[in-house]
Structures are given as structure tokens and as C-alpha cells.
Design a protein around this ligand. Structure first.
Ligand SMILES: NC(=O)c1ccc[n+]([C@@H]2O[C@H](COP(=O)([O-])OP(=O)(O)OC[C@H]3O[C@@H](n4cnc5c(N)ncnc54)[C@H](OP(=O)(O)O)[C@@H]3O)[C@@H](O)[C@H]2O)c1
Length: 295
């Protein structure tokens, strides 16, 4: 257990080296929320409501979130609901999910979904009514040295396969900066070294990313810097893949980027690296995603 605790400390603290002053990020005004969602939801590839300005509640886009009880996953669920999406929360523990996720909500469904249990079971969990999948899983700390490989690589691959089976065309992955550290000259970056010593975590994530990119699915891979639980401090900086090797960002902003990716076609088939900086200018998501090249 002591080892696991040490692993936990290293896994989180190595990234968390920068602090910023508080500045909340943009929010959607409640009065405009539903109308705004209707118009913007048409941007999701394969939308059945393209061109329509009014849809009923039952036609809300439904997003499956894997790892929905996680520190980032729960924020993604909250933000999706706030922006007018319906959510299917994929979790390991239903009771835990009920205590973590916002109370009874007709737009929130909680389903059991262990990404290591194979694509067929995941396809059952995702179901025929999900329009997109957001993956916010991360291996549970344990003494299982293979856990990162099982969850962060094969688990994500299973999710993509489930999407292919079901015809779900949109996939958002929360990955990490430095996954390709070896290629970008960061082989000896302490974060790269330690995270890989702890079960080849970053290598596992990179393998999953490569699988997604070969799969043909419309992806947005979001690679955040060190994750912080405190509210946003500074504006989002978004860079090309294999660019950022330090910095941190609030999980609220990571969730926001994942949700906004669903609303902006500029994010399609892209890998984006994100941190927050107090000296960065505030940019719209069109600008941020639009500044990233497709590969
Ligand atoms: N920590 C950092 O500084 C940092 C930096 C960059 C990127 N990242 C990455 O960002 C992502 C989100 O990080 P986080 O700290 O928000 O994650 P987190 O709080 O550790 O949440 C991970 C989620 O994955 C779930 N999970 C674990 N094994 C699973 C399985 N077999 N099947 C389905 N779900 C499973 C966990 O379920 P339970 O809730 O039941 O445990 C949890 O909900 C992770 O991929 C992480 O590696 C982290």
C-alpha cells in the first residue's frame, strides 16, 4: 500500500508544478442554453438534426462518458448536462456514481462499464442511442504493474472497437502531454521517466492514441498537462501534438475542452495539447481548435 501511495503522489505531483491566479472560463447563459445547443449540436458528425433549429428534449444528443466518476470524468458529465446534452455515464461502481454524480436527472443514465472487459460488453453499455464517446479513464492505482496497459491502452482500444461495432462516429480521448516524450527529446524529462517507470503509463496511452488514429473514427485527442482540481487560473493554451512538455491546467478546463470539441468541427481528427497560463490571451474555441493542424 505504501508503494501504491508513493506511486499516486508521483503520478499527480510531478505535473503539478505551476500555479496561476484565478480567472473563470466562459459559461453558456442559461436563457440561451437550449437554443444554443440545438444550433451547435448540428456540428456533430452524422447529426440527424443538421439544419433544424428546434428539436425536442428526447432528441438531445446522448454522450457516453467512460470513467465518469473520475476527477475529470465527473466534470465532463456536469458540463455536458449543463450544455443540454443527455449523458450515459459509464462507471465501475454504480453506488459510487450515484453519490458522486448530480442527483436524479432524466438526462443522466448511469451504466456499469469496465473498459477491460472487452468491446462486446462495452457496446452493450454504450448502446444504440449514444452519439459520441468521451474517454476519461485512467488506471486505478494498485500493485498491478500492468494496470496502465490494461486500462489506458487496451481499455481505450476496446471502447473504440465498441464504437465501430455500434457505428458511433465521434470519439474524444483524455490523454496526456509527453505521451510521445521519447520522440520529442524529453526522454529524460522527470515526468516522462517516472510515469513510464510506473507501468509504462505514457507509452500505453500513446499506443491507444495510435490505434484511434488508425481506426478511421472521428477523433479529438486531448493531451492536458498536469491536472489540478482548483478552478481555472489563466487561459487555455492549445498547441500541436508533441509540443508541450510542462505546465498544468484545471480539470474544469480539460472538461470544457472535451465538451467543446463536440460542438466545434475545427476539432475533428486532431490531437491538441493544453495547459493554462495567466499570461495567455483568451481565445475562442473556434480559434483554439482552428489553430491546430490535422495530421
Ligand atoms: N494526473 C495528472 O496530472 C494527469 C495529467 C495528464 C493526463 N492525465 C490523464 O487524464 C485522465 C483523467 O485523469 P483524472 O486524474 O481525472 O483521472 P481519475 O480521477 O484517476 O479517474 C479515472 C477514472 O477511470 C476509471 N477507471 C479506472 N479503471 C477503469 C476500468 N477498468 N474501466 C472503466 N473505468 C475505469 C476510474 O474509476 P473509479 O472512479 O471507480 O476509480 C475513474 O473514474 C487520465 O487518463 C490521466 O492519466 C492525468
Amino acid at each position: 500500500m505504501a508503494t501504491a501511495t508513493g506511486i499516486c503522489f508521483l503520478r499527480t505531483s510531478l505535473f503539478q508544478t505551476f500555479s496561476f491566479t484565478s480567472k473563470p472560463h466562459s459559461v453558456t447563459l442559461f436563457d440561451n442554453k437550449v437554443h444554443s445547443f440545438h444550433l451547435r449540436a448540428a456540428n456533430i458528425e452524422g447529426s440527424e438534426i443538421e439544419g433544424k433549429e428546434e428539436v425536442s428534449i428526447s432528441e438531445k444528443k446522448r454522450i457516453f462518458v467512460a470513467g465518469a466518476t473520475g476527477s475529470t470524468g465527473k466534470r465532463i458529465v456536469e458540463q455536458l448536462l449543463a450544455k443540454g446534452f443527455a449523458v450515459k455515464a459509464g462507471v465501475l461502481d454504480i453506488d459510487k456514481a450515484k453519490s458522486i454524480l448530480s442527483g436524479p436527472n432524466p438526462d443522466l443514465q448511469i451504466v456499469k462499464a469496465d473498459v477491460t472487459e472487452g468491446s462486446a460488453r462495452l457496446a452493450d453499455a454504450i448502446g444504440n442511442d449514444s452519439d459520441a464517446v468521451i474517454c476519461a479513464t485512467g488506471f486505478r492505482r494498485s500493485l498491478d504493474f500492468l494496470a496502465p496497459w490494461k486500462v489506458d491502452n487496451f481499455g481505450t482500444v476496446n471502447l473504440v472497437e465498441a464504437c465501430r461495432t455500434l457505428g458511433v462516429k465521434r470519439f474524444i480521448l483524455i490523454s496526456s502531454i509527453l505521451v510521445n516524450g521519447a520522440e520529442m527529446g524529453q526522454l529524460f524529462n522527470p515526468a516522462y521517466v517516472f510515469l513510464n517507470v510506473l507501468g509504462l503509463t505514457l507509452v500505453a496511452k500513446l499506443q491507444a492514441e495510435q490505434y484511434i488514429r488508425r481506426s478511421g473514427i472521428n477523433y479529438t485527442i486531448v493531451r492536458p498537462g498536469g491536472l489540478r482540481n482548483d478552478p481555472p487560473q489563466g487561459n487555455i493554451v492549445m498547441e500541436q501534438e508533441d509540443t508541450l512538455y510542462e505546465g498544468s491546467i484545471s480539470r474544469d478546463q480539460v472538461a470544457e475542452v472535451a465538451v467543446e470539441a463536440l460542438l466545434h468541427p475545427e476539432s475533428h481528427y486532431k490531437v491538441v495539447e493544453i495547459v493554462a497560463r495567466t499570461d495567455a490571451p483568451k481565445r475562442s474555441f473556434e480559434e483554439l481548435f482552428g489553430s491546430i493542424k490535422q495530421h
